[in-house]
Every structure is written in structure tokens, then in C-alpha cells.
Design a protein around this ligand. Structure first.
Ligand SMILES: [Cu+2]
Length: 114
């Protein structure tokens, strides 16, 4: 019985270690990182149901627009550094996003949702 309880504990701890980071996963993308007109990182891979927080950095204003997905976009311009918003991606796919004022400067990226 004691061995069974010990084994059970090991299994519970192993499961917690395996699944905890998954449950708590939330990616962050910075806009205008280090004074450059970029998203940082510009490419990430997340799982369906994960949340991405987009944080305003340098050289505002910025926005976050995914063509064909207005429900996931944040077209309002962010003017204040540190301003942030979160987007939850429920469906798998590749989501190409851009900052409308700076698309010509190459401020774009992609989120892969597996
Ligand atoms: Cu921008």
C-alpha cells in the first residue's frame, strides 16, 4: 500500500510538471521592440486555446491586424508605451499579422496555432 501511494505521488508530480507549463502558457509579442519597427518575436508557435499578449513598445503608434480575422485584430492605434491587449487563438492555423502604419517598413509577423 505504501508503495502504491508513493507511486501515485510520483505520477501526480510528474503530471503536474508535464502539464503545468502547458496550462499556464501565454506568449508575449512586443511592438516596436528596441526602437525598431518590428514585432518581437515576429514568429511564434502556440497551441489552440493559448493567449498572446501584445505589448506596445517604442516608436508608436502601432496596431495589430490579421487580415480576414477582424475578431482577432486590434485596429485601434496604441499610442502609449506599455499599453497591452490579449488575443486568444481558439482555432489552428497560420495567422499573418501586421501593424498597419508600419506595414511598408516590414512590421509584420505570423502566429502558428497548432
Ligand atoms: Cu507599428
Amino acid at each position: 500500500m505504501k508503495t502504491f501511494i508513493q507511486t501515485l505521488w510520483v505520477a501526480i508530480i510528474a503530471a503536474a510538471v508535464l502539464f503545468m507549463p502547458r496550462m499556464a502558457y501565454a506568449a508575449e509579442i512586443q511592438m516596436g521592440s528596441n526602437g525598431n519597427l518590428v514585432f518581437d518575436p515576429a514568429e511564434i508557435t502556440i497551441a489552440a486555446g493559448d493567449t498572446v499578449t501584445i505589448v506596445n513598445g517604442d516608436l508608436p503608434p502601432h496596431n495589430f491586424v490579421i487580415a480576414d480575422h477582424p475578431e482577432l485584430s486590434h485596429p485601434d492605434l496604441a499610442f502609449v508605451g506599455g499599453e497591452s491587449f490579449t488575443v486568444t487563438f481558439d482555432n489552428p492555423g497560420d495567422y499573418e499579422f501586421q501593424c498597419e502604419p508600419h506595414t511598408g517598413a516590414g512590421m509584420k509577423g505570423v502566429i502558428h496555432v497548432s
